[in-house]
Design a protein around this ligand. Structure first.
Ligand code: NAI
Length: 335
């Protein structure tokens, strides 16, 4: 297949080239994000490959269809950036990588939490300036604390096991609780309200849907235990940023570890060190000493990249050979 990759970066090109040796697709890497202004670039290609901050809206899908594109391959798990109904109406299957090293994301979430709690980022900056003082660097033991895991899919389950290993009590919340998993791992499923009120650490691992959009808003922030650390490696819009900033200013919460941000498109993955950013909310977040932001990099391990490349390319190879989509994201109206 002739495939145009959008929003590509140096860290992934060689991985995709190596994985493609087993498939022999004709792949072209574009740096532009897929959106209304760039969809026309795909004319004459069989498929496009899209990443998390592309905007695969109905007009984009129409342009892709007019250009002859027959498949949209997402090189990610989340699909909230795709108009699935428009894709179904156009007869273009949307394929994704449903699971790739959930450990990559879970371990990054843990790294963020440990860094923020033990103030490793501040300690590192200090000792490089030959300041060996410990004042202001007090953290807390994770052992014995209560951790709330929201979403116990692939990643949330790894988080549950990690925190059990650290000696934490784990409360979990999911639309579909798995009682067998709970019994085996020694965790307890509770309603979201109970989890929010009882946890010292809360980590979000649900997809972004209408039901989860701003699930952490002013009302839920007001319910949290004082000093709670919030970790979000899910999607930015799970948290109402405006309400989060308010809670941080009022010292209602202990801190936030954010790998995702609701307005990250056009900022994350880019080097803006010379131009600066015009997003005032992100700029404000970056001023809090108890907020740690990474640029949507929780997935970024060698193992995860290899799995993403292998699955993305084999999704397209299977479609080409059999005409039957695998790892297809169903349109909500398709039931
Ligand atoms: P998954 O599909 O295995 O699990 C999601 C879980 O959330 C399921 O158990 C589902 O029942 C539950 N859920 C869905 N809606 C819910 C609701 N309204 N209330 C409670 N539970 C709900 O997904 P996985 O692989 O664990 O990934 C989770 C999310 O992490 C992805 O959707 C994606 O947005 C994000 N992600 C972020 C990455 C990063 O680099 N920061 C990388 C990969 C995924």
């Amino acid at each position: 297949m002739k495939i145009l990759f959008f929003d590509t970066h140096r860290y992934e090109k060689d991985v995709f080239r190596a994985a493609n040796e087993a498939h022999g697709h004709d792949i072209v890497f574009a740096e532009a994000r897929l959106g209304p202004e760039t969809a026309g670039l795909a004319a004459g290609y069989d498929a496009v490959c899209s990443f998390v901050n592309d905007r695969v809206s109905a007009p984009v899908i129409r342009t892709l269809k007019d250009g002859g594109v027959r498949a949209i391959a997402l090189r990610c798990a989340g699909f909230n950036h795709v108009d699935l109904q428009a894709a179904a109406a156009a007869g273009i299957p949307v394929l994704r990588v449903p699971a790739y090293s959930p450990h990559a994301v879970a371990e990054h979430a843990l790294a963020l939490l440990l860094t923020l709690n033990r103030k490793i980022h501040r300690a590192h900056a200090r000792v490089r300036e030959l300041n060996f003082s410990l004042d202001g660097l007090v953290g807390f033991d994770l052992c014995g604390k209560t951790v709330g895991i929201v979403g116990t899919g692939n990643i949330g389950r790894v988080m549950c096991r990690i925190f059990r290993g650290l000696g934490c009590q784990v409360l979990a919340h999911d639309l579909c609780p798995d009682s067998q998993f709970a019994a085996t791992e020694g965790i307890r499923y509770v309603a979201l309200e109970e989890l929010l009120g009882a946890s010292d650490i809360i980590s979000l691992h649900v997809p972004l849907t209408r039901g989860t959009h701003h699930m952490i808003d002013a009302a839920s922030l007001a319910r949290l235990k004082p000093g709670v650390i919030l970790v979000n490696t899910g999607r930015g819009a799970l948290i109402d940023t405006h309400a989060l900033i308010h809670a941080l200013k009022k010292k209602q919460i202990g801190g936030a570890c954010l790998d995702v941000y609701e307005e990250e498109e056009g900022i994350f993955f880019e080097d803006l060190s010379e131009s600066g950013i015009s997003d005032d909310q992100l700029a404000r977040l970056l001023t809090f000493p108890n907020v740690l932001v990474t640029s949507h990099q929780a997935f970024l391990t060698a193992e995860a990249l290899q799995q993403i490349a292998a699955t993305t390319l084999s999704n397209l190879s299977s479609l080409e050979k059999t005409g039957v989509p695998v790892n297809q994201v169903e349109s909500p109206s398709a039931g």
